[in-house]
Design a protein around this ligand. Structure first.
Ligand SMILES: [Ca+2]
Ligand SMILES: [Ca+2]
Ligand SMILES: [Ca+2]
Length: 689
């Protein structure tokens, strides 16, 4: 029976019993069934009183139907008897007539049921009542690891046992096998082996490193009935397999200055259920490779030549086999070698993360910024955005809010246009092609949401942009057809600007951010560039966002980056949540040629209005925030249902790369918990239950 129909509207009910809604509208349908009924079931619309004793108020009794109110059946349904027990067709006509009454939501027929015994093929009592005895317990069950070298990553177990001493009064038909994992509840592995063989090999569904217990019972048949004998004693085994490939969480490139290699601690299953050791090899052309070995999850190399970049591989090995960490996903983009924040020792390990994901095109990152310009390294990854710069004067496009988020330039006085939104967009999702640069998440989409003009931006435009980006309603503006999962806000204030005003418990910005968070979206903000407490810089000081400070090539605080201060109430340093590379031209030593320690991305060559697509260097927390936004976009790419809380507590926060010993960030705790680690965060999301 199509149960789901009974609770919904009348037309659907009719469809369920064989009529289309169109047929239901006419009064002369015949019902192609002839079951016994005693009346109707009627579901009233909310607030409509049930049919009274006299059958009113539906008017049916006036038409001679003789309805009599019955019982309230719950969930809105009432039984209604039809006096005189008309035949099913007549009841059906009354039902259809009732359905036309707007006060009635659904009508059904009140059927008559019969006992469901079958009067044929009665089994003779002599057979049914024969006493049968089940088999006694299966003996000597043994469970052994049945590893085969030809499929080294697969756990297998072989079971052997001896036939029971007694088969009772039946004939052996097979065996039932049950199992349990790590002392959990018993489950049936196979209800019947359908074989008299006293052995069975389990080849699927086993997890190496877990303890399995197996028990076996004999199945016997007698007179067509099957009896299950007593279960044997349990036999236990921990199957083993080759280890899984380790996931590097330190960069794939390493040098003598930063010689420690780290990978994710492997679970017992990932270790293949056996003692596993790890061999780290760092190699570079023209110099001897260096190694270290451990059973832990990090290892420090010695004997590296200064000034040489080595490539790292980690091989996990146990008695069943070996697996090597994934090779670097190496983009072909010509400037990749200058993008130290992606692959360098103090970068975000993007090059390692890409062995897991380079981003999904269904993940949209909204860039709330100056808009966007045409660029061959971006165009393929840009989805429709919106322009929320309300001041026509500052907007530079001749109007207020409009659907075109192109950046016409934000030049003012002697200051050239910044092409800031284009630079930020490239850091997140510049294409992985052969040209230019590559973003942290080169396969996700950018949604340009313009909120900054030549005079900066306003809270009201920011709130409209925030809400629109997350797919929430903004009156007068069409709903965003491709809502973002991640929002990047690379802006701040140079004078202390609180997010929450005195007397407010929740400012308008925070109310918008809360709605955005409730929509499952994660917002990333820049902590600001004025070497002052991050709590002074709006909107990075609003809750809830991930507020990002900037680090330099050496992994210490960029000279300009806003910082955390000690909160006397909580005893914690607050303001900057995390750091990521934002570039710092005062720490240029050893940085890739031409970069001067800064961050290269997409821009436009125009001094005022857009001219040709180009690449250029900038530095700031405006750069570190989108690096984190790109990492978060990778997380949503492998798990689209993530929410802000999970992004922070499961992925980003626990996997931060701690600041190197001796840095200001490490000793003064003013740069947040560490540098964002794309590979670690992705692996944490993959390991979520
Ligand atoms: Ca405009
Ligand atoms: Ca516009
Ligand atoms: Ca590119």
């Amino acid at each position: 029976m199509n149960k789901r129909y009974w609770a919904i509207a009348g037309a659907a009910l009719l469809a369920a019993v064989g009529f289309t809604p169109a047929q239901a509208a006419t009064n002369n349908n015949t019902l192609n069934f002839d079951f016994d009924t005693v009346g109707l079931l009627v579901k009233y619309e909310p607030g409509v009183p049930a049919i009274a004793r006299n059958g009113e108020p539906t008017g049916e009794n006036a038409a001679g139907a003789n309805l009599v109110a019955g019982s309230d059946l719950g969930q809105g349904w009432h039984s209604v008897a039809i006096a005189g027990n008309p035949d099913t067709q007549k009841s059906w006509q009354i039902a259809q007539h009732l359905l036309a009454d707007p006060r009635i939501a659904a009508v059904d027929l009140d059927r008559v049921m019969k006992v469901s015994s079958v009067s044929t093929n009665v089994q003779p009592a002599s057979r049914v009542l024969t006493v049968t005895r089940a088999a006694s317990a299966v003996r000597s069950v043994r469970a052994v690891d049945a590893f085969v070298a030809s499929s080294p990553t697969k756990a297998r177990v072989s079971l052997k046992w001896a036939q029971p001493a007694s088969l009772g009064s039946g004939k052996l038909a097979g065996y039932r096998i049950s199992y349990r994992v790590d002392n959990g509840p018993w489950k049936t592995l196979t209800a019947s082996t359908r074989s008299r063989a006293t052995g069975f090999t389990v080849t699927s569904g086993l997890s190496a490193g877990s303890e399995y217990a197996f028990r076996v019972a004999a199945l016997t048949t007698q007179n067509g009935a099957t009896r299950v004998g007593a279960f044997s004693a349990a036999a236990t085994v921990v199957p083993t397999a080759a280890p899984a490939a380790p996931v590097l969480v330190s960069g794939i490139s390493i040098n003598a200055k930063f010689p420690t290699v780290k990978w994710l601690e492997q679970t017992p299953a990932q270790k293949g259920g056996a003692s596993t050791s790890y061999l780290v090899t760092a190699s570079a052309e023209g110099v001897p490779a260096v190694n270290c070995e451990t059973t832990g999850s990090s290892c420090t190399l010695t004997g590296m030549n200064d000034g040489i970049t080595y490539k790292v591989a980690v091989v996990a090995k146990n008695k069943r086999g070996a697996a090597q960490s994934a090779a670097e996903f190496k983009p072909a983009d010509v400037y990749y070698g200058k993008q130290w924040w992606l692959w360098g020792s103090n970068g975000v390990n993007a090059s390692t993360a890409w062995s897991i994901s380079t981003g999904s095109p269904s993940v949209v990152v909204a860039v709330l910024d100056t808009g966007i310009t045409k660029h061959p390294d971006l165009d393929a990854n840009v989805v429709a955005g919106y322009d929320f710069v309300s001041s026509a004067r500052a907007a530079g496009d001749g109007n207020g809010w409009d659907s075109d988020p192109s950046d016409p330039g934000d030049a003012r006085g002697s200051q050239s246009s910044s092409w800031h939104g284009t630079h930020v967009a490239g850091l997140i999702a510049a294409s992985s092609n052969s040209i230019g640069v590559v973003g942290v998440a080169p396969n996700v989409k950018i949604q340009p949401v313009r909120v900054l003009g030549s005079e900066g931006g306003s809270t009201s435009d920011l709130i409209a942009g925030l809400r629109w980006a997350a797919g929430l309603s903004v009156p007068g503006v069409p709903v965003n057809p491709t809502p973002a999962k991640v929002i990047n806000i690379s802006m701040g204030t140079d004078t202390p600007t609180p997010c929450r005003l005195p007397g407010q418990t929740l400012g308008a910005t925070e109310e918008a951010l809360a709605a955005v968070k409730a929509a499952g979206v994660t917002t990333i903000t820049a902590a600001g560039n004025f070497n002052m407490p991050a709590a002074y810089s709006y909107p990075g000081n609003c809750y809830p966002t991930i507020n990002v400070g900037a680090t330099n090539f050496s992994g210490d605080r960029a000279v300009y980056s806003n910082y955390s201060v000690l909160d006397p109430e909580s005893g914690e340093f607050i303001g900057v949540d995390v750091s990521a590379p934002g570039g710092d031209s005062s720490d240029a030593m050893g940085t890739p040629e031409g970069t001067n320690g800064r961050i290269l991305s997409t821009i436009n060559s125009g001094k005022t209005i857009p001219e040709t697509a180009d690449y250029g260097f900038q530095e700031g927390t405006s750069m570190s925030a989108p690096v984190v936004a790109g990492v978060v976009a990778l997380l949503y790419s492998v798990r689209p249902t993530l929410n802000f809380e999970q992004v922070w507590t499961v992925a980003i926060q626990p996997t931060l790369t701690p600041f190197r010993e001796g840095t200001t960030c490490a000793t003064r705790k003013i740069c947040g918990g560490g540098i964002v680690n794309a590979a670690g965060a992705l692996a944490a999301v993959l390991n979520m239950p």
